[in-house]
Design a protein around this ligand. Structure first.
Ligand code: DSN
Length: 420
């Protein structure tokens, strides 16, 4: 029987089928991507996409909120419980919007913010020069230590004392080590700054207790919901009670109109899934897999920024391989391994053709892969890096990856048992 989509729009149906096949037949190592459960997918594609709900539960500007109020309240309660937060706002459309809302809630235009520079692993919205955040606010950027590839708290403290930012941002998009949120907080208190912590990448690890949580320290915590947290694409803010009203006002009506209720519904489901022992085991395996992949790559002569990983991602410094990140990422893609090229600290090359490659293990771990499979993937990466222009070798690797994928099918069907 033809599905409605197949019947109505065969062209889009065909493209979706191709994308599903691509996701199934490739080893997806982009550390910010994952596969959601059937329950999350179902909630995302639900009738809640039809509903406007401007406002907050019991204070809406449209009628017909009998169900939406309940769903948003459940999502908020679950977020508060799982992160041990005073307050949660689940309406942000994305992590970027969540960060801008966090600024808007506590800062005025022209105030100084201080975040990790993008080429060192910070996010665009942490004040990088092409982002609106550096135009609205005066942006000061800290870097990683060039020798260790790690956060350098002496440098961060010196910069904070010099520039007296009103807000310091901790968190990153390409940092393989544990982030000492307590140290950030100490510096923020020293200079009288607010502390925003962006845990988009690691929120699933924080929930599972395998990365320190910033919630006890930071004034506001932002996260996306689709990376290690394994929910739909969305954003979320957590904060101390004293900032709750300001945060809510900044999200709506400050920045957004109607919240995406289908996404909020799916966030609620993802949070229930994350509140299980299965999820904790999953998160632990993500880190075990990343560490094993790191060991395998080090053994094969690769340089890793900071020498390894504590979390879900690795940053390969390709300079000793005499090849840049972009041709490697493209060759890997042809060989069935999907990654992204990335800058490394103090990169001698350009951001559009940098010296590094960023890989991570959340998606392959969802497929059920473990340490033995990381060895296979590590060997495949080595072969590809040494044969970037050799199409027959890449084709051989692609077949090996296809076999690996067929042994670990996409968890189209994975169901996390609900907690009783
Ligand atoms: N694009 C996200 C990532 O890949 O880390 C950050 O926004």
């Amino acid at each position: 029987m033809l599905s409605a989509l197949e019947k109505y729009d065969p062209q889009i149906f065909e493209l979706l089928t191709q994308e599903k096949a691509r996701q199934s037949a490739s080893i997806r190592l982009i550390p910010s991507e994952n596969y959601v459960s059937k329950a999350v997918m179902q909630a995302t594609g639900s009738c809640l996409t039809n509903k406007y709900a401007e406002g907050y539960p019991s204070k809406r500007y449209y009628e017909g909120q009998q169900v939406t109020d309940l769903i948003e309240s459940i999502a908020t309660q679950r977020a508060k419980k799982i992160f041990h937060a005073d307050h949660a706002n689940v309406q942000s459309y994305s992590g970027s919007v969540a960060n801008i809302a966090a600024y808007a809630s506590l800062l005025s235009p022209g105030d100084t913010i201080m975040g990790l520079s993008l080429p060192y692993g910070g996010h665009l919205t942490h004040g990088w020069k092409v982002s609106l955040t550096s135009k609205i606010y005066n942006s000061v950027q800290y870097e990683l230590n060039h020798d260790t590839g790690r956060l350098d708290f002496d440098q961060i403290r010196d910069l904070a004392k010099k520039h007296r930012p009103k807000m310091i941002i901790s968190g990153a998009t390409a940092y393989p080590r544990e982030i000492e949120f307590d140290k950030f907080d100490e510096i923020a208190r020293e200079v009288g700054a607010y502390h925003l912590s962006d845990i988009a990448h690691i929120s699933g690890l924080v929930i599972a207790g395998i990365h320190i949580s910033p919630v006890p320290y930071a004034d506001i915590v932002s996260t996306t919901t689709h990376k290690t947290l394994r929910g739909p694409r969305g954003g979320m803010l957590l904060c101390k009670e004293e900032h709750a009203k300001k945060v809510d006002k900044a999200v709506f009506p400050g920045l957004q109109g109607g919240p995406h209720m289908h996404t909020i519904t799916a966030i609620a489901v993802a949070l229930a899934e994350a509140d299980t022992n299965e999820f904790v085991e999953y998160a632990k395996q993500i880190v075990k897999n990343a560490k094993r992949l790191a060991d395998k790559l080090l053994e094969s002569g690769f340089d890793l920024v900071s020498g390894g990983t504590d979390n879900h991602l690795l940053l390969i410094d390709l300079r000793n391989k005499n090849v840049l990140g972009k041709p490697v990422a493209k060759a890997l893609d042809r060989a069935g391994i999907v990654s992204n090229y990335n800058t490394i600290p103090n990169d001698p090359s350009t951001p559009f053709n940098p010296s590094g490659l960023r890989i991570g293990t959340p998606a392959v771990t969802t497929r059920g892969m473990k340490e033995d499979q990381m060895d296979i993937i590590g060997n495949a990466i080595k072969t590809v890096v040494e044969n970037v222009d050799n199409e027959s070798v890449l084709e051989k690797v692609r077949k090996e990856m296809l076999l690996l994928c067929s042994n670990f099918p996409v968890p189209d069907h994975f169901i996390i048992p609900p907690k009783n």
